[in-house]
Write a protein that binds this ligand. Structure first.
Ligand SMILES: [Cu+2]
Length: 115
């Protein structure tokens, strides 16, 4: 009976590890994208600027799907890679941008206002 319950625990542990695997794979992918060669392959995504916070170097974007981050459409805060980006946009602007996971911070790495 004791051996049986230990086997169950081992199985539960294995299941937990498997459940964690896709998230780890995603992180590896995002980190890989930071290496120069793969960075260019990050697709641009359409978004709408909701808020620009120059003091904290962040901007809120209502964005479409971000395949490279495994993210669906949502409104969220991103860090700006370059604070100069924050001078290029204002709330209400339609943009095309690329976002990457830079050291754990979701960061807008390129940004272009759509006319
Ligand atoms: Cu998002």
């Amino acid at each position: 009976m004791k051996a049986f319950s230990i086997t169950l625990q081992a199985a539960a542990l294995a299941a937990a590890c498997l459940a964690g695997a896709p998230a780890m794979a995603q992180h590896a992918g995002a980190e890989h994208a930071q290496h120069g060669a793969a960075a260019a392959s990050a697709e641009t995504t359409e978004g709408e600027v909701k808020k620009v916070d120059k003091a904290s170097g962040k901007l809120t974007i209502k964005h479409g799907e971000l395949k490279n981050l495994g993210m669906g459409a949502m409104t969220m805060v991103f860090r700006a890679k370059d604070t100069a980006m924050l001078d290029q946009v204002k709330a209400g602007d339609k943009i095309r941008f690329t976002a990457e996971n830079v050291n754990g911070a979701l960061t807008v790495t390129t940004l272009e206002v759509v006319q």
